[in-house]
Design a protein around this ligand. Sequence first.
Ligand SMILES: Cc1ncc(COP(=O)(O)OP(=O)(O)O)c(N)n1
Ligand SMILES: Cc1nc(C(=O)O)sc1CCOP(=O)(O)O
Ligand SMILES: [Mg+2]
Length: 201
Amino acid sequence: MKLDPFYLIVDSADWIERLVPLGVKLVQLRIKDRSDEDIRGQIRAAKAVCALHGCQLIVNDYWQIAIEEGCDFVHLGQEDLAEADVAAIRSAGLKLGLSTHDGTELETALAAKPDYVALGPIYPTILKKMKWEPQGLARISAWRERVRPLPLVAIGGLNTDRLEGVFTHGADSAAVVTDITLNADPEGRTREWIERTARWR
Ligand SMILES: Cc1ncc(COP(=O)(O)OP(=O)(O)O)c(N)n1
Ligand SMILES: Cc1nc(C(=O)O)sc1CCOP(=O)(O)O
Ligand SMILES: [Mg+2]
């Protein structure tokens, strides 16, 4: 399976309606601390926009609602994975991306036979407090060998100036939140990401 090299992560269907029509082909809906009803509505709206624009939607955390809403891809972290029914995700036909932050987590992730593995945080991130030190670029190369033939996603503190580094060290896709959502011009920055990832598309 090939992932688009630009992996946008946003926290609402509104962001998806705003940015996906610009040409984003891979987007994660990552919503925290909302009711299931709200999440369901957001997933429904996001799914409709993504279908219209040929964009792969990945739902973070809420795998049960994703199944019920007919989505085809979810992302889970290690704590999510420990509580999830992976067999149910698989039998419903969904693909699965998993987070990793150290070697033990990588072993756990690979044992679950995911469709991609994410490694982070590559650089310091301001989005959320993390217990891991930044991994650095060399860790991407190490993961590349261990994860092959699965796609490898790099995440954490990425911006357009850091793309060359993550791709030359072996990432297949670069995931981003704040470099776009906190940018003074999110649409302009999204276009820049699309252009600057074109070489790896
Ligand atoms: C592509 C990608 N990589 C990592 C994460 C982080 O997942 P997780 O560890 O479950 O943390 P939350 O995002 O749920 O806070 C991700 N969402 N996407
Ligand atoms: C949601 C998330 N997960 C990470 C991990 O390492 O698992 S880093 C991260 C935050 C990514 O946001 P930004 O692009 O703003 O740094
Ligand atoms: Mg999670």
